[in-house]
Design a protein around this ligand. Sequence first.
Ligand code: NDP
Length: 321
Amino acid sequence: MTTHTTRMLILGSGPAGLTAAIYGARAGLKPILVQGIQPGGQLMTTTDVENYPGFADVIQGPWLMEQMQKQAEHVGTQLMYDTIVEVDVSQRPFRLIGDGGDVYEGDTLVIATGAQAKWLGLDSEEALKGKGVSACATCDGFFYRGKKVAVIGGGNTAVEEALYLTNHSPDVTIIHRRDHFRAEKILQDRLFAHKNVSVLWNKEVAEFVDGGGTAGLIALELRDTVTGERSRLDTDGGFVAIGHHPATELFRGHVELDEDHYIKVETGTTKTNVPGVFACGDVMDKHYRQAVTAAGSGCMAALDAERFLAAEDFKVAEAAE
Ligand code: NDP
């Protein structure tokens, strides 16, 4: 068992955590970043990335994360591979404990553990991910210009994704398992008013249909949730928008969460309710969920942490005078 200590401890290695690390290292805080079970985060399972600024040509998600990781290391971040099983933020230094018994102590803690899209759990969905099935319209909608697409879900995300897809597609169908949405009324009004959108109520996806060869998704097989009747909807893209799980289990009861289990931060900052603990990226953001916004909030977390430490150092120096 080893104890690792740092001024700035970061948990999570997606764009938020790695950007916090780059800024923290360049501020001389010698960050330690614990990578967790999915190093690189959600971009590791993404192929083409066209919306991360700075790259004129399409880049690959895993390549982008590899570059961010190298950049964080080059400027002085220590990357650790461990699975954190316990946290103690009741006193400082904050402590994270790995499954092998290693202890990580930080004067500040940046939580960047991300979120995972929820999936329906069908084998055909898994087989067609990246071949017509997606959980992010903002990321992949552009690939369906002029094509038919379908969105599954009835919350704010589903309605927003359907509206976003109308920028690209003349034919968007939203499929919901009940006969009314839970999305906010203003979003629903906008959706119902849009000429490119139609709604299929009381339907769930029974299968994603593979066209074989390089065709990918060609249709959805639907089941009526009231009558059980089967039907088929031809489509080029299926966007699953049934919610996300923020990775906050470790922090339940330790850091304040909102009603959807996202970490609560003070508006306009990355400050949690525990002084010295900051949160950035998808673990605190249910609205934007983009690599670039995660990176932006990672930068904010590092600046917030650095200022927190500087204010504290100043108080100590003042008291010593
Ligand atoms: P929600 O949990 O609000 O909605 C999920 C939707 O998916 C529900 O309509 C649900 O159906 C449906 N669903 C869940 N599981 C399945 C399943 N297995 N099969 C079929 N349908 C399923 O998630 P959101 O991501 O939409 O929103 C999460 C939170 O983020 C909410 O608080 C939301 O308000 C917020 N948000 C706010 C935004 C904004 O303010 N602009 C933008 C995006 C999110 P059912 O209704 O039957 O339960």
